[in-house]
Design a protein around this ligand. Structure first.
Ligand SMILES: Cc1ncc(COP(=O)(O)O)c(C=O)c1O
Length: 361
């Protein structure tokens, strides 16, 4: 019996030790002359935060994120957003033109982008549009993954743009049926949902479940580019060797640490509650609009809405300076827009415009 690292990591990378950076050496000293850094601070950086190369995985941030997400620190890898983690996973596991990656459209576009860049084989198993929302087709995923010996399955929960969370029992079932495939659960929006994280499913029996988390959404730090992969510790150690030498810039580490103190976390929590209230209010109001065909229930910080005259709706909002996401090029969503939940005032403005439209069309 192998473990998930044996099943998914590319054969040619098994003994790969990666770049040995100036900060990965376990030496101590007072005068550091080993990395060709400048001996002086830049005037733009008077405190010298950026003069030296940073720690590849700053231990304090790693510990704090692990505590936040409820996992051991050695099971967590920090990167430049979940985007980098998606790319790293595909590169480290897929041999070009041989290995398969599965995802479930309509869904976040980076799974397809990273797969294309690696020249790996894409396999799309569409979501099913049911009365309960856009749902994964577990049986079809299992069949396809077994048939192709897929390396990775990206599941988005809550789904972007569908908004629906995948029940943990369904993720567990996939993990049991597909022991040689890594099931990657992208939880970029889980803070806005009621359900627990798939991190709670991770164990030595379930070493093929991995979870993506980010500070970009609920924690309001999209431009700091801090995201994490949580997975089996051996897999994390291997991916760390494949990652760029200094993936987490020091100013971003400081921003992230600031976001993880009690006061900042309390504020984040109260904003999450506000988003959830506004989501409900906006959904109820939109459902009463004559041009609205359907508003999908959402566990995230956006609503997916099907409209009669979606172009007209999009243009009306845009003319007033409100930019929403046009989803009409996505499979199954030919009449849909995705509206991010804004402040109560911004949401009022959206509703005002939409309801004024009703009288003129
Ligand atoms: C489902 C999903 N995953 C990941 C990301 C990217 O997150 P990050 O900013 O951490 O790279 C997004 C961004 O929109 C997303 O919608």
């Amino acid at each position: 019996m192998g473990t998930i690292v044996d099943f998914v990591i590319r054969d040619d990378l098994r003994d790969f030790s990666g770049y040995s950076s100036a900060r990965s050496l376990s030496v101590t000293g007072d005068i550091w002359l080993n990395a060709n850094e400048s001996a002086w601070n830049n005037t733009s950086d008077p405190e010298g935060i950026c003069r030296r190369y940073c720690d590849p995985q700053p231990p304090v941030l790693r510990e704090k994120l692990a505590a936040l997400y409820g996992c051991p620190a050695e099971e967590l890898l920090i990167g430049r957003g979940s985007d980098e983690m998606i790319d790293l996973l595909v590169r480290a596991t897929c041999v070009p033109q041989r290995d398969t990656v599965i995802w479930t459209p309509p869904v976040f576009g980076m799974y397809a982008v990273s797969t294309r860049l690696q020249h790996a084989l894409p396999l799309e198993i569409p979501l099913r549009d049911t009365a309960a929302g856009l749902e994964i087709d577990s049986e079809a995923i299992i069949e396809a993954a077994l048939r192709t010996r897929a390396k990775l399955i990206f599941l988005c929960s809550p789904s972007n743009p569908g908004g629906k969370t995948i029940p943990l029992a369904q993720i567990q079932k996939l993990a049991h049926a597909l022991e040689e495939t890594l099931i990657v659960v992208d939880e970029a929006y889980i803070e806005f949902a009621d359900s627990s994280s798939a991190i709670t499913l991770m164990s030595s029996d379930n070493d093929n479940i991995a979870v993506l988390r980010t500070l970009s959404k609920a924690h309001a730090l999209a431009a700091a580019r801090i995201g994490c992969l949580i997975a089996d510790a051996r897999l994390i150690a291997m991916l760390r060797r494949c990652q760029a030498p200094y993936p987490v810039p020091a100013p971003c580490v400081n921003l992230a640490l600031g976001a993880l103190n009690d006061q900042a976390l309390a504020q984040t929590q109260s904003r999450i509650e506000m988003v959830r209230r506004e989501r409900q209010r906006l959904q109820t109001a939109l459902l009463a609009h004559p041009l609205v065909r359907r508003v999908y229930d959402s566990d995230a910080n956006f609503l997916l809405v099907r409209f009669d005259q979606a172009q007209n709706v999009f243009d009306t909002l845009l003319d007033a300076g409100i930019v929403v996401r046009d989803q009409r090029a996505a499979p199954q969503l030919t009449d849909a827009l995705r509206i991010t939940i804004g402040t109560p005032e911004q949401n009022d403005r959206v509703l005002e415009l939409l309801f004024s439209m009703e009288t003129t069309t």
